[in-house]
Design a protein around this ligand. Structure first.
Ligand SMILES: Cc1ncc(COP(=O)(O)O)c(C=O)c1O
Length: 380
């Protein structure tokens, strides 16, 4: 079946002259400190970079490299690196000023970031409050409570849950540990993003070990925090040789594309929830925006049609690659590549051909176990 796309934007502002924006996001040493700290955590282990040779062959490209975050720190997604690390940095700062005992943290979440924050808080015995919106599944809510957090369900969408979290934090003196940023709130999300760059450092090492050279990187975006962090880190390493960056979004929460078209951050009102729950975010993170504006070459928005088939495809290998537990957001890279190859105008604009070496990120495993079982158990 041919995959269609909802919208495509080619970024005329893409430029590899990113010194200012990259240094503005990550001042010297911040990513190195995160790397040194996180790689000392007891459960830390590099996640696998898997060659999807069967998929590459079907798509007619040279290589597809899939980084599998399903095993990250036993939390099931790359988000484990960000929220928990930010909680640690908040605690360390409070310890220096002697007011750590009063610390309570809180955040709004679609699930994965909240799990990271509550896990980080639990390890340090810090009370934690998590705000989830009406569309977050019961299975995800339950897993948050397992890490000792108090879970508050809020009417409305993700952006409504952020508003409620801010209100409650102000009223109770709680510290927000958010993965997205806004005017006047940047320091903690910067640490969250610095945590994510551990995975970018691993990718660079793994690509070099495999003696590969990437031509394209596909990154899925919710608020764009992960994409912004990875692009900035990759740029600091590859500079003028930065591969072409393709941002993928759900058409139901296309805040990066809508913002790119207007050349400013634009709030999208999310009416329907995508199956890719982690991508359901209506506003680009203020920290990520300048990086995306300069670093991303293309933005593609798609419907949910490819999510289940690609999850099933990951689950059952056709060649000699291992079976992969890929949750809903992990289908993103495969959907994007197939969409590009199915639409000649995209293939041409994005310059993908038989020589392309493409990186994609499997951002999560079965983070909603009930839904995962329902999808995988039900073969096409
Ligand atoms: C599994 C997964 N993938 C991708 C994303 C998107 O990350 P960001 O919101 O930083 O763009 C999220 C966000 O929650 C997620 O949970």
């Amino acid at each position: 079946m041919k995959y269609t796309y909802a919208n495509y934007y080619q970024n005329p502002k893409q430029s590899n002259a990113m010194h200012e924006v990259a240094d503005d996001l990550f001042p010297t040493g911040i990513c190195e400190t995160a790397y040194q700290s996180i790689t000392q955590w007891p459960d830390y282990k590099q996640t696998d970079l898997i060659a999807l040779d069967d998929f590459a062959k079907q798509m007619g490209v040279k290589k597809v490299l899939y980084k599998d975050e399903s095993t990250r720190l036993n939390l099931g997604s790359f988000k484990a690196l960000g929220g928990a690390y930010a909680v640690q940095t908040v605690l360390e700062a409070r310890e220096k000023t002697g007011d750590a005992s009063a610390l309570t943290v809180c955040t709004a979440t679609d699930g994965n970031h909240g799990r990271s924050v509550s896990w980080g808080a639990q390890q340090k015995n810090i009370p934690c409050h998590i705000f989830i919106h009406a569309g977050v599944s019961e299975a995800r809510a339950k897993s948050l409570a397992e890490y000792g957090a108090t879970v508050h369900r809020v009417n409305g969408n993700y952006d409504d849950s952020i508003a409620e979290c801010i209100k409650m934090a102000d009223a109770n003196g709680w510290q927000i540990v958010s993965d997205t940023s806004w005017e006047g709130y940047r320091e903690i999300p910067t640490q969250v993003m610095a945590g994510y760059t551990v995975l970018a450092a691993e990718v660079i090492e793994q690509i070099e070990q495999q003696k590969e050279s990437l031509t394209h990187i596909i990154l899925q975006a919710g608020c764009g925090g992960m994409a912004g962090a990875l692009i900035a880190y990759f740029w600091k390493h590859w500079r003028d040789n930065l591969p072409e960056i393709i941002i993928m979004e759900s058409r139901m929460s296309d805040c990066v594309l809508e913002s790119m078209q207007r050349d400013q951050i634009y709030l999208v009102d999310i009416v329907d929830e995508t199956l890719m729950a982690g991508l359901s975010c209506g506003e680009v993170s203020e920290l990520a925006w300048p990086i995306l504006r300069h670093g991303a070459s293309h933005v593609i928005t798609v419907s949910d049609e490819g999510v289940k088939p690609m999850m099933r495809y990951l689950a059952k290998s056709e060649g000699d690659r291992p079976d992969i537990v890929g949750g809903e957001c992990s289908a993103s890279g495969l959907i994007t590549l197939k969409t590009i190859m199915d639409n000649p105008e995209l293939k041409e604009s994005i310059h993908i051909d038989e020589n392309s070496v493409i990186f994609m990120l499997g951002t999560e495993g079965a983070t909603d176990p009930d839904l995962y079982k329902e999808i995988i158990g039900n073969k096409q």
